[in-house]
Design a protein around this ligand. Structure first.
Ligand code: C5P
Length: 236
């Protein structure tokens, strides 16, 4: 099995609105081995051109748009994103088995044409949702943790490569899915940084120990005066 470095497990979340701001952070991180995550905010302001520019700097890219629509629409949109050259993309597991399966096969087919197949992962339950909201607003009867694990199993069955989930659920997901199933976890804070609006945080080392495959880390890196140094200090 390929051995990957800690930096290669970090996805720096470029939650900024401007092209220049995004490129400045990217240049500071160039050569470190980390991924860049482009989410809705940056994508809204810069579009696919940003993906091409960041790819040209040598980064693997996780395009975090959390697609959720009928299977045909997701399938057709995802083909376009694969053509942009992204290395990972995601859909909501709550879109259902068929949607996930169609997304997975479209990524496989489109990626094969380009000679590189991106990973496609599922969003289980947004970590911004509390247990109460989940029960009262969504009306789901099983508890949140069980629901997350069931969605992860469904995602695996549908052919997805992994899920996005809180590191708190990583252990349960690990126990219930195949060994190479990817678990991508946000809500990570090194001991030296502020929690900001993340409520339940784990350190990078704790998250890896809990079974995370990739750590999504935004502000501790991107708001630092020296993003590269912040990246290297994650493991202190
Ligand atoms: O700055 P911070 O490290 O909190 O950024 C975390 C990133 O992970 C943001 O892009 C945020 O949207 C994303 N994210 C999250 N919690 C989730 C899913 C995504 O914080 N459940």
């Amino acid at each position: 099995m390929e051995v990957i470095s800690n930096n290669q497990r970090v996805m720096a979340a470029l939650d900024v609105q401007g092209r220049e701001e995004a490129l400045a952070i990217a240049r500071a991180l160039q050569g470190s081995g980390c991924w860049l995550k482009v989410g809705l905010e940056l994508y809204a302001y810069t579009g696919p051109a940003m993906i091409h520019e960041l790819k040209a700097l040598g980064f693997p890219i996780f395009l975090d748009l959390k697609l959720h629509d009928i299977p045909t629409t997701v399938e057709r949109a995802i083909r376009g994103f694969v053509q942009c050259g992204v290395d990972m993309i995601n859909v909501h597991c709550s879109g259902g088995y068929d949607m996930m399966a169609r997304a997975a096969s479209a990524v496989q087919e489109e990626g094969s044409k380009l000679g590189s197949v991106p990973k496609v992962i599922g969003v289980t339950v947004l970590t911004s949702m509390s247990e109460d909201q989940f029960r009262l607003e969504m009306g789901v009867q099983r508890n949140l943790r069980e629901h997350v694990v069931e969605l992860a199993k469904l995602a695996e069955k549908a052919g997805l490569d992994g899920v996005v989930a809180s590191a708190r659920e990583a252990k349960d997901i690990r126990k219930n899915t195949k060994a190479n199933f990817l678990i991508v976890t946000p809500g990570i804070r090194p001991a030296w940084s502020d929690a900001q609006d993340q409520a339940r945080v784990l350190t990078p080392t704790e998250a890896l120990a809990a079974g995370s495959s990739y750590l999504v880390i935004g502000r501790p890196i991107t708001r630092s005066e020296d993003p590269r140094q912040a990246l290297e200090r994650l493991w202190e």
